[in-house]
Ligand binder design. Structure first.
Ligand code: PLP
Length: 446
């Protein structure tokens, strides 16, 4: 970017990243004429790739028909989206859909929903929503309050929920299962212990990402984790909210990641993937059973003025149609398996502690010392250095971590990626890790 032009958003330091002027397929185009391979879907959002004219066309048509329609009003685009989600995407008993503009808003709405549900059930003492360590549910104060993202929380602690966080399911760094063969689900026991110490009759809901996205870096839990957490929630009559903002709409090789474990959440949060970044849209999805007490009490969910904008709904209808028509979920599963195999080549790297993921959501966690899992110092800024080294070599990776957990590089390409591009991104990732670590000036074991 030329130095005499102000960045579009003054809070972002200028000069750190290239100026992007366009995009097509899996490529981002820079102002200086370069093409950057997007290995991250920007922030795990560009699931169908860039520049699809048919998506732009339906948005234009919807804007001609409706400049705006208040969220409670039915429009053809909204009705079609609700019908498509119900008939093709949502397993029963998920039938109710509340549309908002962002993942953060969806989390806030889910917190409000949980509270309204408990109030309408005659349980006013139940208001706490428990989140987990190493998680992210959004940047609004409600969402940050249930997020285990220390870097994003730290300046706002006085304004955030004081309800403690439950342990993460993060076997690499888990003190609860250290030295064991694998995860012993003591993290789930930790959730139960927290519910009991807080008083289960004060807890309204528990929220977690089915597979932790970028904060923990593609943390896939063992197969018995979610069934156990579901059982704990049921036993204590607590709503189970599953955040599928990153994982929903095919990213992990299923429609929703919770379907890998056959659980039945009470509330599901969805965003990014169903518009593929072509428009802002998010949804809080729930069941008739959760909505019934609100209906009986004449309670409605307050909306955001532009929530479920007709143009965004038209975009989502088209994007979902493309995912279906082109078999992109199956493709995400197949190419995800290929990406996982390809990433194996990094496992023996001196500074790679772990490679993990599912479908087309993967992460590589870097450490200074592999035997002790000692991290590089936070001030070394290794994550940013790797991302910048990637950009210099023509590939965009995404920053993972929470500050406390760090040096996690995420990969979440569009589902239309091919094996040649996957080979390139993994090769460049290896080179970028080496270049970034060399640039820090640390000697191994230093
Ligand atoms: C799992 C998860 N939930 C919620 C959010 C918040 O979504 P948004 O940035 O659209 O507000 C994010 C954002 O990255 C996310 O990764």
């Amino acid at each position: 970017m030329s130095r005499d032009r102000l960045p579009a958003w003054p809070a972002v330091p200028s000069g750190q990243f290239p100026e992007f002027v366009g995009a097509s397929g899996v490529w981002l185009h820079t102002a200086d004429g370069r093409k950057i391979l997007d290995a991250a879907g920007q922030a795990c959002v560009a699931n169908i790739g860039y520049g699809r004219k048919e998506v732009a066309a339906v948005a234009a048509r919807a804007l001609e028909d409706f400049t705006h329609a208040l969220p409670p009003f039915a429009t053809p685009q909204r009705l079609q989206l609700v019908e498509t989600l119900r008939s093709k995407w949502l397993p029963l008993p998920l039938t109710r859909i509340h549309l908002v503009n962002s993942g953060s808003e969806a989390t806030d709405a889910a917190i409000r929903l949980a509270r309204s549900y408990q109030l309408c059930k005659g349980r006013p003492e139940r208001w706490k929503v428990i989140g987990r360590e190493a998680s992210y549910h959004g940047v609004t104060l409600g969402a940050l309050g249930v997020s285990g993202h220390h870097a994003r929380r730290k300046d706002f602690t006085p304004l955030l929920s004081k309800v403690p966080l439950a342990p993460a399911c993060y076997p690499l760094r888990c003190e609860l299962c250290a030295g064991q063969q694998g995860c012993n689900l003591r993290c789930a026991d930790g959730l139960e212990a927290l519910i009991e110490s807080e008083g289960s009759d004060t807890v309204a809901a528990f929220i977690g990402e089915a597979i932790v996205g970028t904060s923990g870096g593609a943390l896939v839990p063992p197969d018995d984790y979610w069934p156990r957490v579901q059982a704990i929630c049921r036993q204590h009559d607590i709503l189970l909210i599953i955040d599928e903002v990153i994982t929903g709409f095919g990213r992990t090789g299923r429609r929703f990641a919770f379907e890998h474990w056959g659980i039945k959440p009470d509330v599901v949060l969805a965003a990014k993937g169903f518009t593929g970044g072509y428009a802002p849209l998010a949804a809080v999805i729930t069941t008739d059973a959760v909505i019934a007490p609100l209906v009986e009490n004449g309670e409605t969910m307050m909306f955001h003025t532009c929530g479920g904008h007709p143009a965004a709904c038209a975009v989502a209808n088209e994007v979902l149609e493309i995912i279906d028509r082109e078999g992109l979920i199956e493709r995400a599963a197949q190419l995800g398996a290929y990406l996982g195999l390809k990433l194996e080549q990094l496992r023996d790297h001196t500074h790679v502690a772990q490679v993990r993921g599912r479908g087309l959501l993967w992460a590589v966690e870097l450490v200074r010392d592999k035997s002790t899992l000692e991290r590089f110092p936070e001030k070394a800024g290794l994550t940013l250095a790797v991302v910048q080294a990637g950009l210099e070599r023509g590939v965009l990776f995404y920053f993972g971590g929470t500050g406390e957990h760090r040096d996690i590089i995420c990969l979440a390409p569009a589902f239309i990626i091919d094996t040649a591009a996957i080979d390139t991104m993994v090769d460049v990732l290896g080179q970028s890790i080496d270049a970034a670590i060399a640039g820090l000036g640390f000697i191994s074991g230093d």
